[in-house]
Design a protein. Structure first.
Length: 328
């Protein structure tokens, strides 16, 4: 449609209004306190260390397909560094091409989570790490076989001995878990526009992203998406259209946990599509719309959705610079 004089005048008037209105950045200061910038490292559990040798061993194991029955699936198959450390498919494809029940979450910043997996069945990365090796739909290998595989290589026997000095027979399952977890705790994404903004660089987010941040607070997203990675690590009921996954209920058997899922991080969410526990939503606009309706009983206007999505894009940080190991 050709603009008429009237619409041109109206546009000019609203532009003037916008200019006259206080710059967004003025009241945005009140919102900073709702957030915490991302620290360089997550909390390190008592009794574990992050020695360079341990991180290095963890890096090798993360990329090692020999600890899968097929010999071709590693952690990095599904948590692919080139794809936001996830797989960009709705539900994970593992051993023998089997499709799992759930979407692969990113491992970026996962050391900050206080509950691992969509249903929180493991408390920490050490507890999490051995599950996928044994899972029939993931890597499908017994831990005994995995240890035998690794023990065949001098380079692994050495790497374990360096990562776990003063231990007899250091090539064992608990040490595999400790090494992988140490490596994962280095996979953090600092310096996102949002983080720079929180730390004082108020030019790091544009006005639309700032409006989105304010909507995120005003509408209560921050009630669950809180803390340094925008997850409270708690469980909330969320009924995805078409999903039969009962979530946390599978772990606890408690009625209140039926269809409850752990809040995922929102850091890097723009690059970790598709979304939700079964990966059924492929874009942020629809994901935010569904969150508004289900979690907040709120139907957002289109421009509000656009602002919130723009804010979510500001959560993409610097990807860890990991060298792909040369495996034996
Ligand atoms: C076949 C694909 C696949 C492989 C291989 C795989 N994962 Fe996963 N990973 C997943 C899926 C799917 C989930 C979510 C499962 C659930 O919540 O029930 C997950 C969850 C996780 C989580 C929890 C993240 C969160 O937000 O809760 C971590 C950490 C993780 N995997 C690390 C690893 C490690 C380490 C390995 C290798 C030992 C590995 N994964 C191998 C698909 C895979
Ligand atoms: C009551 C707690 C709660 C509130 C409020 C909430 N969320 Fe969520 N959010 C969750 C949970 C739990 C999930 C995971 C749901 C699932 O997949 O089962 C989630 C998932 C998401 C996802 C998908 C992330 C992914 O990687 O799959 C996005 C995006 C998101 N929320 C954004 C928002 C926004 C924006 C708001 C405010 C409009 C909001 N959330 C409000 C708890 C909440």
């Amino acid at each position: 449609m050709k603009p008429t004089l009237a619409t041109l005048l109206a546009t000019a008037a609203s532009a003037a209004l916008l200019l006259a209105a206080p710059a967004v950045a003025d009241d945005v200061e009140d919102y900073i306190d709702f957030f915490e910038p991302l620290p360089a490292l997550p909390p390190i559990p008592a009794g574990t260390t992050m020695s360079p040798e341990r991180i290095e061993l963890g890096r090798m194991l993360f990329f090692e397909p020999r600890i899968s029955a097929s010999g071709v699936i590693s952690c990095a198959t599904c948590h692919n560094p080139a794809l936001g450390w996830t797989d960009r498919i709705p539900r994970a494809v593992g051993h023998g091409g089997q499709v799992g029940e759930r979407n692969t979450p990113t491992v970026l910043n996962s050391g900050f989570l206080e509950a691992q997996f969509w249903d929180g069945r493991e408390p920490d990365l050490e507890g999490q790490a051995l599950g996928p090796i044994e899972a029939e739909v993931e890597m499908a290998m017994t831990l005994e076989e995995a240890i035998d595989q690794l023990n065949e290589f001098e380079i692994y026997r050495e790497a374990f001995a360096e990562a776990f000095p003063d231990v007899d027979d250091p090539v064992n399952p608990p040490n595999v878990a400790l090494a992988i977890a140490a490596f994962e705790r280095t996979l953090n994404t600092p310096n996102s526009p949002f983080n720079r903004f929180l730390k004082g660089d108020r030019a790091a987010m544009d006005e639309q992203q700032q409006r989105g941040m304010m909507l995120f607070v005003d509408n209560g997203c921050v009630a669950c998406h809180s803390g340094p990675i925008l997850s409270d690590s708690m469980f909330h009921r969320f009924e995805l259209p078409g999903s039969t996954d009962e979530g946390r209920f599978v772990v606890t058997g408690e009625e209140q946990d039926r269809f409850a899922f752990r809040t995922p991080t929102l850091l890097n969410v723009a690059v970790t599509y598709p979304y939700f526990n079964n990966g059924s939503v492929d874009n942020l606009h629809d994901a935010v719309n569904l969150m508004g309706q289900q979690m907040l009983g709120q139907d957002f206007e289109e421009d509000e959705l656009d602002d919130i999505v723009a804010f979510l894009h500001a959560l993409t940080g610097e990807m860890p610079r990991i060298e792909i190991p040369a495996l034996p």
